[in-house]
Design a protein around this ligand. Structure first.
Ligand SMILES: [Zn+2]
Length: 240
């Protein structure tokens, strides 16, 4: 059933571009593309990665980009070798709560903004192991307006999260078309931004990002391009 869409200014759907981990290529390759297109995006930063270039991140905030919380040390499952030394399985709720708050304080202190949205590192929503495995979603929900990918209670909005890494332009446009059909909200997730020969598998191709932004801004006036926070605020107003 086509849904007319609950978006402001008679827009049919919403689009938020998000990028994780404050990787340097986001400053070097991603932000120039977004700024040229006039697209405000959301960056889920970790302190260890944004602090070395804090002035540039502060400037991105000034230009209207959103900074979201992505924890302090990015704990993921220890099933992955690289994350074994900082595995969520070794966390307690108390420890992850401290990380959420410390990240917020570091962002506030250095970038002058309070993060209102959150992205789970590696999409992992639990701490502890075996019988002690517990969701930390209640801690996130108590602190943030919205966690990327979550459904919003009582909201009719169809929310889809799709990777922009290694995506072809056609695939991104198809995801957007689906959101248009349902009157929904598409959130893309990227990591590095660079050329196809970039060694990291998690790379959003800069040519694709540029073409996607240009197409959406110039040729799709019915798409509401907004940060995750802006769109989430709007979705929440629908439930009042
Ligand atoms: Zn991450």
């Amino acid at each position: 059933m086509p849904n007319p869409g609950p978006w402001p200014k008679n827009k049919r759907c919403a689009l938020s571009l998000s990028f994780d981990d404050a990787r340097p290529s986001q400053l070097d390759a991603g932000l120039p593309i977004l700024d040229r297109a006039g697209v405000k995006a959301t960056f889920y930063v970790v302190p260890g990665r944004f602090l070395p270039r804090v002035d540039e991140w502060r400037a991105a905030v000034t230009r209207g980009h959103e900074i979201g919380n992505h924890t302090t040390t990015h704990p993921c499952s220890g099933k992955a070798e690289w994350s074994r030394a900082n595995a969520v399985e070794d966390y307690t709720l108390e420890r992850i709560a401290k990380e959420l708050d410390a990240a917020t304080e570091t962002i506030k202190g250095n970038l002058g903004v309070t993060p209102v949205t959150f992205a789970y590192p590696c999409g992992e929503r639990h701490v502890g192991r075996d019988a002690g495995r517990t969701s930390y979603e209640p801690l996130v929900n108590a602190r943030f307006l919205y966690a990327r990918g979550d459904a919003v209670l009582n909201s009719p909005v169809d929310i889809r999260v799709r990777s922009s890494d290694r995506a072809e332009l056609g695939a991104l446009l198809e995801h957007l078309e689906e959101a248009r059909r349902s009157g929904g909200w598409l959130i893309t997730v990227g990591h590095e931004v660079g050329p196809p020969e970039h060694p990291d598998r998690l790379t959003t191709l800069q040519t694709v990002l540029e073409a996607f932004c240009r197409k959406v801004v110039a040729a799709m006036p019915d798409v509401w391009v907004s940060t995750v926070a802006e769109a989430a605020r709007h979705v929440h107003t629908l439930n009042r």
